[in-house]
Design a protein around this ligand. Structure first.
Ligand code: BGC
Length: 498
């Protein structure tokens, strides 16, 4: 071999070695990156862990906090608000009633016609529209004028264009925010939640604001009740099944209410009602306990939210926030490794990933996870391999499983407080025989998260059985109440008239 040929051969060997070394180096680097995301996932799993022992601590904390909130004003993060609802619809109501529901994402208007028999409940013309986002931080006048205008259009449609003024219409206003009631039809806004920010409305009477707007439009309509969405769901639940004593909403926000004995509402001594009980709006979104498994993502989400240090439980379990927790995990993975390609600016946008998209990815049953690929593409992340898509599904699973299980612990906490969890619970005002005899207990549940996200629902129901045990669980029935918040409020107004 000549000198030149030897030199060529040597160069070729060196080049081959360095290509091989580069490839090995790249592989090692990509393995290291993959290890990084696996570690982030593992940390998330550990931080979100909810073994049944921990859930039971949350159950106990919920029951204790309920007790404290009933004992004194400001005694707990749970406000335990009086609703002045002490009689629930029975099925004997009759007449035509309207409901307007301002929720977190949608507003609904509907009309119900009742024929004095439970089987004669005719829900007519349900209208459901997204709340225009500019209204969420407008003024009370703009918001209520908009609601009154929408009601007017609804009635115009039902009466084919002309509104007859001779008829007085009774309206239930379902208002899904914390209100301090002074009667069933009046109460002031305590604070906004779920991203609403019309500060001048805090402290104003909500029913009065709506009545004023209706009067200004010349609509002969009377705001007969101001109702929290949970109370609406309870009313519909009770109408169908009088064993319904608890109602929970899992939607954009989350909350629960239940029937409490008036003698257990210590902060209002001397409170008298014909039934001896009253529905209490817990405002459980603000529940907090050191037993809640909190991650760095929850801490950052809270710090960057418009209501930081507030609604801690809601931020772990409700539809407004689950998507953003998942987004934060993906963002961190994308910043600390290159498995998602370069970090996109879309992924850094708060709330850009909705819980609906999380549910679509989590429940994607296509072999190639096409739905996951589609959602990631919307976040500016394209062409990720299948194993990365599987990783994303896992993140959705961890976050939603924690939410479902904590939601179950919340419900079990209420059951404990009212002596329906089989343990004897916190017994203020209850006799031993009442505690020991396990009664059938129906929990009415409403809200888009529960209705539409099957995995959330399944995790919640599974954990409830785990917490209560098979035997007690047989007495606890969880019933979905579609549109319960609005229909139930209309039924409540009907029951006030009869
Ligand atoms: C509100 C509650 C409401 C719940 C569910 C929370 O943000 O504070 O009043 O019941 O959302 O809509």
């Amino acid at each position: 071999m000549g000198k030149v040929a030897v030199a060529f051969a040597a160069v070729a060997v060196v080049a081959a070695c360095s290509v091989a070394a580069m490839m090995v180096g790249r592989r090692m680097k990509s393995r290291r990156k993959w290890r990084t995301v696996v570690e982030i996932l593992k940390e998330l799993e550990d931080d979100c862990d909810t073994p049944v022992a921990r859930l039971r601590q949350v159950v106990d904390a919920m029951a204790v906090e309920m007790h404290a909130g009933l004992a004194s004003e400001g005694g707990s993060k749970l406000k335990m608000l009086l609703t002045f609802v002490h009689v629930l619809p029975t099925g004997r109501e009759k007449g035509t009633y309207y409901a307007l529901h301002l929720g977190g994402t949608y507003f609904r208007i509907l009309r119900v016609h009742l024929g004095a028999q439970r089987s004669y409940l005719d829900v007519q013309d349900v209208e459901r529209h997204p709340i225009p986002s500019h209204l969420m931080n407008s003024t009370s006048e703009v918001l209520f004028n908009f609601l009154a205008f929408s009601l007017e259009r609804f009635i115009e449609k039902e009466e084919n264009g002309s509104i007859s003024q001779g008829v007085k219409r009774e309206l239930a206003f379902t208002f899904s925010f914390p209100v301090k009631h002074t009667s069933i039809s009046s109460g002031v806004l305590i604070k906004w939640t779920k991203g609403f920010e019309i500060s001048e409305m805090v402290g104003k009477d909500i029913a009065e604001c709506l009545q004023g707007a209706l009067d200004r439009r010349g609509l002969n309509m009377h705001v007969a009740a101001l109702v929290n969405d949970t109370v609406g769901a309870l009313s519909l639940g009770y109408y169908h099944d009088p064993d319904t004593v608890v109602a929970v909403v899992f939607g954009t926000g989350s909350n629960a209410c239940y029937l409490e004995r008036t003698d257990a509402i210590i902060k209002c001594q001397g409170l008298l009602t014909t039934s001896g009980s009253m529905v209490v709006n817990m405002e459980w979104g603000n529940f907090w306990s050191s037993h809640l498994p909190r991650t760095s993502y929850d801490i950052d989400l809270d710090a960057e939210s418009s209501n930081s240090n507030d609604m801690g439980f809601e931020k772990m379990i409700s539809g407004m926030y689950l998507g953003d927790i998942v987004r934060r995990v993906i963002l961190r993975m994308s910043q600390e490794s290159d498995v998602f390609g370069p970090t996109t600016s879309v992924l850094s946008d708060p709330y850009v990933l909705s819980t609906n998209s999380v549910s679509a990815m989590h429940e994607d049953d296509t072999p190639e996870l096409q739905e996951v690929a589609r959602v990631l593409k919307d976040l500016g992340v394209s062409d990720v391999p299948l194993k990365v898509r599987k990783l994303v599904v896992k993140i959705c699973d961890v976050v939603t499983r924690r939410a479902g299980r904590l939601a179950a612990a919340g419900i079990a906490g209420i059951l404990k407080k009212i002596g329906r969890d089989g343990s004897g619970g916190i017994t203020s005002g209850r006799s031993r025989s009442e505690i020991q005899m396990q009664k059938r207990t129906v929990v009415a549940v409403e809200g888009g998260l529960y209705m539409n996200y099957v995995m959330f629902r399944e995790y919640m129901e599974e954990a409830l059985v785990e917490i209560l045990g098979e035997e007690v669980s047989q007495y606890v029935v969880v019933k979905a109440m579609e549109d319960g918040s609005s229909i139930g409020s209309a039924l409540l107004v009907a029951s006030l008239q009869s």
